[in-house]
Design a protein around this ligand. Structure first.
Ligand SMILES: NC(=O)c1ccc[n+]([C@@H]2O[C@H](COP(=O)([O-])OP(=O)(O)OC[C@H]3O[C@@H](n4cnc5c(N)ncnc54)[C@H](O)[C@@H]3O)[C@@H](O)[C@H]2O)c1
Ligand SMILES: O=C(O)[C@@H]1CCCCN1
Length: 312
């Protein structure tokens, strides 16, 4: 048997056409809840293993997972080279294997999956943690995740205004032009976030860009960048003034500089809020620290493969 010739290959374009946010958000919400059941979950997901590539700031992450409920066995391989200029900074593939035999079944482009499942995860966290009906969204960063977060959050919430800041102002202006008339590019982070009900940090910053003094009481923050233990996007005072939620406690304690450097207390996993075992403290400043989990990629890949099978 030739493993390669029997693999189904699924392109980015194909995935972009069929992976809709409404199904994805529902699937991600279920998987986050299931993951946080731990011993009863039937999810076997080690913390991502990371290989550092010296002198490039780059790294390679391997993200395997098995989920009994989803009947899926998969692994994502993702690289992140933040200094890339002519090619994107992130590249990924998702390999799905038969959960009964281990036979490799499909290899999917991982770029669209990563962009959409990360944004869908932030949507789920925002739904559970935002205080009231959010009207103003601030996005810090103007790359791939900034775009997917704008699209995914706008599917669920109706923002009157969107404020974009980027460390290179031309990036913020370009994204603001793409989004249109209820969107402004801001030259300072403080200006972008001062009235925001929801803030998304999606930068490659290694040092804090967002400060406690700039945000409103009760704001909800999705902190999506800074995935290394010595990188952070949030000032420690901000992290320690908030109620901190994470995707995975083990992942956050190993990888999140925002939490490790601030010596912050993790209140709950977002799955524990969905399961009703921990409270959503909506009136306080809430931070959802997202590092990204293999289960998110696996359920997204499964959605794609299920839709392809139906259409075959
Ligand atoms: N939590 C998750 O599941 C998950 C998944 C994918 C990506 N990410 C992270 O989200 C972040 C954004 O990813 P992306 O795919 O949009 O990347 P991208 O390269 O498309 O965009 C990066 C953005 O950060 C800005 N930036 C670069 N250096 C900066 C600096 N020193 N200070 C401030 N801003 C800077 C760039 O101008 C750009 O707007 C990255 O940190 C990435 O690793 C997280
Ligand atoms: O979960 C992910 O896919 C990403 C990869 C890059 C670093 C942060 N997390």
């Amino acid at each position: 048997m030739d493993t390669i010739s029997s693999l189904k290959l699924v392109s980015a374009q194909n995935i972009a056409n069929i992976l809709d946010y409404s199904s994805l958000i529902a699937a991600i919400e279920k998987s986050l809840a299931n993951f946080s059941h731990r011993t009863d979950s039937g999810v076997n997901q080690p913390v991502r293993s990371v290989v550092i590539v010296p002198n490039s700031d780059g790294f390679l992450g391997c993200m395997p997972v098995y989920s009994r409920e989803d009947d899926v066995l998969a692994t994502k391989i993702v690289s992140f080279f933040p200094r890339n200029k002519d090619v994107p900074t992130h590249h990924a593939v998702v390999l799905v294997l038969c959960a009964q035999t281990g036979v490799p079944r499909a290899l999917l482009d991982g770029d669209v999956i990563t962009a959409r499942r990360t944004a869908a995860t932030s949507v789920v966290a925002t739904k559970h943690l935002v205080n009231g009906e959010p009207k103003i969204l601030a996005i810090l960063g103007s790359g791939v995740q900034a775009r997917s977060h704008y699209i995914a959050l706008s599917e669920v919430f109706h923002f009157k205004q969107i404020c974009i800041w980027n460390h290179r102002p031309e990036g913020a202006h370009k994204l603001a032009d793409e989004i249109g008339n209820n969107c402004v590019a801001c030259s300072k982070v403080s200006e972008a976030v001062e009235d925001a009900d929801v803030i998304v940090t999606v930068t490659s910053a290694k040092d804090p860009i967002l400060k406690a003094a700039w945000v409103k009481p009760g704001v909800h923050i999705n902190a999506v960048g800074a995935c290394r233990p010595d990188w952070s996007e949030l000032e420690p005072e901000l992290v320690n003034s908030a109620v901190v939620y994470v995707d995975s406690r083990e992942g956050a304690l190993k990888e999140s500089g925002d939490i490790i450097l601030a010596k912050a207390e993790i209140y709950a996993e977002i799955g524990e809020v969905i399961n009703g075992t921990c409270e959503a403290k909506r009136e306080q400043i809430t931070i959802f620290k997202s590092l990204g989990m293999a289960i998110e990629d696996a359920v997204a890949a499964k959605l794609v493969l299920d839709k392809l099978t139906v259409n075959d």
